[in-house]
Design a protein around this ligand. Structure first.
Ligand SMILES: Cc1cc2nc3c(=O)[nH]c(=O)nc-3n(C[C@H](O)[C@H](O)[C@H](O)COP(=O)(O)OP(=O)(O)OC[C@H]3O[C@@H](n4cnc5c(N)ncnc54)[C@H](O)[C@@H]3O)c2cc1C
Length: 235
């Protein structure tokens, strides 16, 4: 009895996944792919830009990804996936083909953020290009976005950002010692000083986000203006 209850709770905890199929795969260089999925359930899904979905990448495995867009009329969702080549999610995405069956979860809140008129300075990495695009596309009467990404390859990131019409983003090349974060902090400080009370969003790698946040706090930036959401962490 206890075992059955545990199984049901585990299933409920993992939530409901509905079937979709891959309708397009666009490989952008070696490090990114844009994947389009279609399914009847996507015609009814409730999704707000910036929210994530979980995708089944194997029998008992799922990973979080952020739709670039969800088109309920067409029952379609699109994702940009970073192929870091170090994990099952990345390997799953690099082998996707048109017609492959997939399972998506309901949309779930990820970053609690409402763009303001004062504008937003966004720091992230390759995994956050999708959420950056979704937030930018949703911006209507609010202030502008400035995007700063730390990346492992400038040329790969430029390619995908150009494809998504975000080529004005600022890129900083990562290094093993993380000394590039000094440059990131300089850029962010300059951008902050240009605006009046801008919001700051830090996303992506948790270690980078924490270093940047601590650096900016030591320069007097108010934590109340800073939203954070970790997408992955270096192990
Ligand atoms: C809410 C949310 C939304 C997300 N949206 C997106 C999205 O839209 N697009 C996207 O590409 N990713 C997105 N991610 C990040 C993605 O889920 C993680 O990168 C995840 O770890 C990938 O799973 P994996 O199986 O490839 O690697 P894992 O099995 O999780 O990790 C395997 C190894 O790879 C390393 N690793 C994981 N991610 C990276 C990375 N980015 N760079 C270098 N090494 C890495 C880990 O440290 C570990 O050593 C999102 C994450 C969250 C939490």
């Amino acid at each position: 009895m206890f075992f059955v209850k545990k199984m049901i709770m585990a299933l409920l905890g993992r939530g409901f996944f509905y079937p979709v199929s891959v309708s397009a795969v666009e490989n952008i260089g070696e490090d990114f792919c844009v994947v389009e999925m279609h399914g009847e359930a996507l015609k009814k899904v409730s999704w707000n830009p910036g929210e994530k979905m979980k995708i089944r990448i194997g029998k008992r495995r799922e990973r979080s990804y952020t739709p670039l867009l969800v088109d309920r009329d067409e029952g379609k969702a699109k994702f940009v996936i970073y192929l870091h080549h170090k994990g099952p999610g990345s390997n799953w995405a690099s082998n996707l083909k048109i017609g492959d069956a997939c399972y998506l979860s309901e949309s779930r809140k990820s970053l609690s953020f409402t763009p303001s008129e004062e504008g937003c300075i966004f720091f992230g990495d390759e995994t956050t290009i999708g959420v950056a695009y979704a937030l930018k596309s949703a911006q209507k009467n609010t202030g502008s976005f400035t995007f700063v990404f730390e990346v492992s390859s400038l040329s790969s990131a430029q390619q995908v950002l150009e494809r998504l019409n975000m080529k004005n983003s600022k890129l900083v090349l990562k290094n093993k010692e993380n000394s590039h974060l000094v440059d990131v902090q300089k850029i962010l400080s300059q951008e902050i000083s240009k605006g009046i009370n801008p919001q700051l969003v830090l996303m992506g790698n948790s270690q980078s986000m924490i270093k940047i946040r601590n650096g900016l706090i030591s320069l007097g930036f108010p934590t109340s203006q800073c939203k954070m959401k970790s997408y992955w962490s270096s192990r």
